[in-house]
Write a protein that binds this ligand. Structure first.
Ligand code: DGY
Length: 317
């Protein structure tokens, strides 16, 4: 009898087709997460679950799948999965790192450029027929040369984004639990509070854990430099959205660029109303190439695990 696999939401075909010949696949081909009760009922004999970052997989849900061997997350971040509960039950967890590094760093750069150079309001201005002639003060933005970017979380994505920011003429400082040996010597490791206080751009790239949740709080926004820019392409729960809205409204921040939100898919009305924020709907890894590669990687982990091989990209608690 074929083993059963549950795919909880729509993923690119490359991932689905890798699994359908080998296993009995229950594919909930939809673009919204199903409640836990629906997931549990749809494939109770699943040996593997391939899920998305919007699926919450906790111990209680794991217990509804007595044959579960693997949870393969279609994301690098695994904050949606209770890793300790999985480990306690002997269930492997895999993710999709590396393949999304460059795409996510590109999106961070796009947000930085758009926020700094007021691209969204300038575009709207043109479309609304307001461009009546060149003016010396029209949409004056934030220059990069000689300024400092502070990268919070110097993993692969933080490093890829730092390189892009350096190409804009910025110097790089970073905070991390340990120095990143791959970071060039001119990228200076510093403590979090100094980074926040001294950087012209502060960008979050750290994983969401109980320790990092809410790390960009009101006090830290208040200690940011006057006229600086805040970016988050990691996880929305890393920042306090109310505090960010206050920092923007007070004029303290020049701008912000956000790909992630504290209560996704909800977005704070103060952000929606602010002309100083560029908002994108968690699309950091959304290139066709990257999303296909993520699907293949997540599905390959399922195939390897259920065929008795050790899958790549196991997440160790
Ligand atoms: C991830 O993989 O964690 C990203 O947020 C998906 O884009």
């Amino acid at each position: 009898m074929k083993k059963q696999v549950l795919i909880t939401q729509h993923i690119p075909e490359a991932g689905v087709s890798l699994l359908t010949g080998q296993f009995e696949v229950v594919y909930l081909n939809d673009r919204t997460p199903r409640p836990a009760s629906v997931l549990a009922a749809s494939c109770p004999d699943a040996s593997a679950i391939l899920c998305l970052l919007s699926d919450r997989i906790d111990g209680a849900l794991m217990d509804r799948f007595p044959r579960l061997e693997l949870i393969s997350n279609y994301a690098a971040g695994v904050n949606n999965i209770d890793l300790k509960a999985a480990a306690a039950r002997g269930i492997l967890v895999c993710n999709t790192p590396d393949v999304l590094t460059e795409a996510t760093a590109d999106l961070a750069l796009a947000l930085l450029l758009a926020a700094a150079r007021k691209i969204i309001p300038a575009d709207r201005f043109c479309r609304e027929g307001n461009f009546n002639g060149w003016a010396s003060d029209l949409f004056c933005g934030f220059g990069f040369t000689g300024k400092q970017i502070g990268i919070i979380g110097m993993g692969k994505i933080g490093l890829a984004f730092a390189r892009r920011a350096e190409s804009l003429g910025m110097s790089v400082v970073y905070s991390n639990r340990t120095p990143n040996p791959l970071a060039p010597p001119n990228y200076r490791l510093t403590d979090l509070e100094s980074l926040i206080k001294e950087s012209d751009v502060v960008s979050l790239h750290t994983p969401l854990t109980p320790e990092t949740r809410g790390m960009m709080n009101a006090a830290r926004f208040a200690s940011m430099k006057e006229g600086s820019i805040f970016l988050n392409t990691g996880r929305g729960e890393l920042h306090d959205e109310e505090a960010l809205v206050t920092a923007l409204a007070s004029g303290k921040l020049f701008a912000a660029g956000l790909d992630v939100f504290e209560k996704e898919p909800g977005i704070h009305p103060g952000l929606l109303a602010s002309g100083k924020v560029v908002l994108t709907p968690h699309i950091g890894s959304a290139t066709i190439e990257t999303r296909n590669a993520m699907a293949q990687l997540a599905a390959q982990a399922v195939s390897d695990c259920l065929n008795g091989k050790i899958p790549q990209n196991r997440v160790i608690v």
